[in-house]
Design a protein around this ligand. Structure first.
Ligand SMILES: NC(=O)C1=CN([C@@H]2O[C@H](COP(=O)(O)OP(=O)(O)OC[C@H]3O[C@@H](n4cnc5c(N)ncnc54)[C@H](OP(=O)(O)O)[C@@H]3O)[C@@H](O)[C@H]2O)C=CC1
Ligand SMILES: CC(C)(CO)C(=O)C(=O)O
Length: 299
């Protein structure tokens, strides 16, 4: 396996875990973040405490901006910071690097293809629970790390090379043929988990036992929207996925709500409702939850 020159924009729960895994596997990793985080990573590297991989520490480079071309640029900022964060990756500095966003939601794809050449942009999703405790300190709580990649515009062999590197580093990675399916399959189970855990202030275990009827009704809506948007999902399979998460798993939206940070409500719930409206699919449970969470968050 060739050594990759990789950048990770947003070395938080997701980005920090991947930066740590790639660096541990011998790849050169530059983490792009604000000045304080970049400096902490330059001096202290990344420490990962992981239920799946054990505990390990790695050295990475930290910077506030990409300055030289890379093979791969993982984008792992929150949707709420996405537009500002992209300033740290000027198209000219990126060179021919493949851009792989792992944000939840779907709307970021168009923005990436406007800023970078479409043939260097892929869609990606990650299923994992990982939290940034402090700059460079990552708590990885799920016993799995699963990535799916697809691209309507980038050559498949580039995605396969990146998938091999990620898989060798420890993240189970698959390349699929259909970008809409990758993004909307994740949306089908993520949106209910994010909306229900945040609305009820409960981890996934509390939602799947205490709010099961509401969960199943919402899953039926999101699966219908996801299917209309191009994913091949069924609500029963998505419900079964919920049981694979440890009961104490919190969605990243719930963690943001608990910490008083801005929510990815528009990128997740908003995108879901836009998809429902575009295809004429009723989504009353999703409508209500988005409104209730928005009212609480003052959105
Ligand atoms: N956490 C999880 O388990 C999962 C998250 N996701 C999705 O992944 C994406 C990332 O989430 P997550 O890792 O939880 O987010 P975090 O909040 O943990 O990390 C975000 C990172 O982005 C950095 N950042 C913020 N603003 C900027 C900026 N302007 N320029 C550069 N870096 C910036 C932060 O740096 P700083 O240290 O400076 O604040 C932080 O390191 C989201 O879309 C989320 O929905 C998907 C699956 C699971
Ligand atoms: C639900 C989960 C943990 C699954 O990956 C997620 O994507 C998130 O909370 O952002």
């Amino acid at each position: 396996m060739d050594t990759l020159n990789a950048a990770v924009l947003g070395p938080g729960g997701v980005g920090g875990l991947l930066a740590g895994l790639l660096a541990r596997a011998g790849h050169r990793v530059t983490c792009l973040a604000g000045a304080k985080t970049a400096s902490a990573l330059r001096s202290g590297g990344i420490t990962v405490n992981s239920r799946q991989f054990g505990d390990f520490a790695t050295n990475v480079t930290g910077d506030t901006e990409l300055r030289t071309p890379v093979d791969l640029c993982v984008v792992a900022v929150k949707a709420t910071a996405f537009a500002a964060a992209l300033d740290r990756v000027p198209p000219a500095a990126l060179g021919d690097g493949l851009v792989v966003p792992l944000l939840n939601g779907v709307d970021h794809m168009a923005a990436l293809r406007e800023r970078y050449r479409p043939e260097q942009v892929a869609a990606g999703t990650i299923t994992v629970e990982s939290t940034r405790v402090a700059p460079g300190l990552i708590e990885h709580g799920s016993p799995f790390t699963k990535i799916s990649l697809a691209s309507a515009t980038a050559p498949r062999e580039r995605l396969e090379a990146v998938a091999r590197a990620l898989a060798d580093a420890g993240a189970e990675t698959q390349v699929l043929g259909d970008e809409a399916s990758v993004l909307w399959t994740k949306m089908a189970f993520l949106a209910p988990m994010a909306l229900l855990t945040t609305r009820h202030g409960l981890p996934v275990g509390g939602v799947r036992t205490g709010h099961r009827d509401e969960m199943l009704a919402l899953l039926a809506e999101t699966a219908a929207v996801a299917r209309a948007c191009g994913a091949r999902v069924d609500a029963g399979a998505v419900a079964a996925m919920y049981d694979t998460f440890p009961a104490r798993t919190k969605s990243s939206m719930l963690r943001d709500a608990e910490a008083g940070r801005p929510l990815e409500l528009d990128a997740i719930g908003g995108a879901l409702l836009r998809g429902a409206r575009a295809h004429g699919i009723p989504a009353p449970v999703a409508e209500r939850l988005v409104a209730e969470i928005g009212a609480r968050a003052g959105a």
